[in-house]
Structure formats: structure tokens, C-alpha cells
Design a protein around this ligand. Sequence first.
Ligand code: SF4
Ligand code: SF4
Length: 281
Amino acid sequence: MQTRLPETLLATAAGQEADRILRSCVHCGFCTATCPTYQLLGDELDSPRGRIYLIKQMLEGNEPGSHTRLHLDRCLTCRACETTCPSGVNYHRLLDIGREELDRRLPRPAAERLLQRALRLVLPYPRRFRPLLGLGRGFARLLPSGLRHKLPPAQAVPAWPTVTHSRRMLALAGCVQSVATPATNAVTARVLDRLGIQLIEAPAAGCCGAMSHHFAAADEARAMMRRNIDAWWADIEQGAEARAIVNSGVRRDQAALLLSSMSLSTSTPSLNFTPSMTFAR
Ligand code: SF4
Ligand code: SF4
């Protein structure tokens, strides 16, 4: 795809990356076959190719509008489109850059910003989210039916296995998951225990940062990722061989996101991203 990004943007690392990604797209549309929003809505602008075009227009200097926001917001960032792209278009990075640029050029209405801020202040912190969920369950009958049906039912949490194994695996306790579906990790620990693997959690780890990242709060997301890596590091050095991901949102490009803020690359000799640190999707 030909691009005409302004020189001022091409002088930035994000601008150069966006330009590279845009040029790798050949408009073939193979990605539309695996995009859930395109399959559901049938609108080209709700397809990866359409969103790439919207981002290209904005980065080339055209004014973004509410339709730009609507179609970028509708993207689930599931990255299914990347699995069918023959050109290896790094779609999710372009979307990150596009969303940050859109928020800068066309700030959200105050009510939306307030809602996003409230979600970022509550959901990543189980000690804040748990009492609110309890309140919601207690007064469920008073809630609008659309909201009431979204309340996760309370779960019985089975006992965590107490047997130790030489093979140990780290799991992310997470934020929303640990409150909404608290049985998930305990059940996983019991299954792995049967397979001779001890599942452990690092108490100091928390939210993976996905929500902040998707709300274009990149610095906040990176801070959460760094805190988790610090929390896991001692166990990884003691031989915890993998990280089990039982929630969604933790992305395999965490390393790239962190490195992009450090102006380093994965080939930097002092950084040793060992195979045991698998950044799973
Ligand atoms: S990330 Fe998912 S929702 Fe977004 S364009 Fe790709 S396939 Fe569609
Ligand atoms: S499949 Fe890849 S190259 Fe083809 S339109 Fe989609 S993103 Fe572009």
C-alpha cells in the first residue's frame, strides 16, 4: 500500500512503524474471513482492511471523525485477522498507534473519559471490585435486566492442592478473573497437580495491563507489566518453567511493548528473554 505520511510523523518511531505496517498491507482482504466484527456486521469499515484504511487516512492528515472512533472502538483486538494475513501485517500494533493518535487528535466526550477512568480505577484492583460486585449481586433485582444478566454468578472455590512437585508453573491471579470467576485458577491447579505440575501464583502480581492498554493508557499498562515481571522474576530464577495464562488479554507482545518504551530491542545482549518467559496470548 502506498503511503503519504507527513514528515513530522515519519520523524517519530511510532510514525515509522505505522508506515512500515501500512506498506506491508496489499489490500487482499483475506483477513476479513476471520474477523468476527466483519462477519457479524458485514461492514467493510468493521473489517481489518477497513480499519487499516481509516488509520491510514488519519495518519496522512485527514481529520478523524466519530465514525473513525466507532469502527476502531468496535475492534476486539482479538488478532484473529493476523492469522490469515499472507503479508504478515502487524495489525495490532497499527491499531495501538491509531488509537493513541485518535485519542490525541479527537479527545473522547467527557462522559466516556469518566467511564473509562472509573473502569481503570476499579476493575484492575480486586479489593475495589469485589465489594462492588457483591453490592451488585445483593441488589441485582434493582438493576436493569441487561446489566443484571451480565453479573457473574458466585462460584464455589475448590481447595488448592497442597502437594509440591519439582515442576512448577506460574499462573497470573489476574484482577477481574480472581473476583468474577475465582475458581478458575484453583481448578487449573488441581488439573495440573494430577499431571505432576505445581501451579503457583505470585502474590505481588496483579492486572496484566490489557485494559489500560486497550484504553490507550500505555504508560499505565507498561507499569502493570513491569510490576508483574518483577513479581514473577524470583520464581522464574528458581526454575518455574512457564507461565500459565487462564485469562484473556495478556498479550505475547508484552516484551515488545516494554522494549518500545526503553528504546531497546530483543537482540540487546544484556536482555535475556529466556524460553521460560513465554508471553502467551
Ligand atoms: S483484531 Fe479481531 S476484531 Fe479487530 S480487526 Fe482483527 S479480527 Fe477483527
Ligand atoms: S490480509 Fe493482510 S495484506 Fe490482506 S488486506 Fe488484510 S491486512 Fe492487508
